[in-house]
Write a protein that binds this ligand. Structure first.
Ligand code: 5GP
Ligand code: ZN
Length: 114
């Protein structure tokens, strides 16, 4: 199910499979995949299956599920330290105008990962 899909949106195209992605977890409300330009190994994006540009545009049931999926990804990655980031608007550095949560692992430097 994808609600309010926008034919010109790259993330709506990813949800539909029209643009390939490395899929992680998918649910009724949420799609998640690896970021094409990772800031760290395992950098993932979690998006609602609802096209909306900013957080306040997204219905609560979709937002709640994106958090459930983000937790699953963090546990699957096995990291203890990480950032969850979500940008709203150009001034706040949002590039893709479909709400997305970045899950960015911060691995222990002793593991040799950056
Ligand atoms: P923003 O700056 O909007 O918060 O972040 C957008 C993110 O989407 C960036 O980290 C960028 O690497 C990622 N991204 C943009 N286009 C694609 C794509 O086609 N596939 C994937 N997997 N990630 C993308
Ligand atoms: Zn979209």
């Amino acid at each position: 199910m994808s609600t309010g899909s926008d034919d010109n949106c790259i993330f709506c195209k990813i949800i539909k499979g029209a643009i390939p992605s490395f899929k992680l977890v998918e649910t009724e409300f949420t799609y998640s995949f690896l970021d094409i330009g990772p800031l760290a190994k395992g950098h993932s994006l979690v998006i609602p299956k609802y096209h909306g540009e900013k957080l306040h545009d997204i219905p609560d049931e979709y937002l709640a599920d994106t958090m459930h999926v983000s937790k699953k990804i963090v546990k699957a990655l096995g990291v203890t330290d990480y950032n969850i980031l979500q940008n709203n608007g150009a001034i706040a550095h949002q590039e893709v105008k479909h709400v997305h949560f970045h899950v960015i692992p911060k691995p222990n430097a002793e593991e040799g990962l950056t």
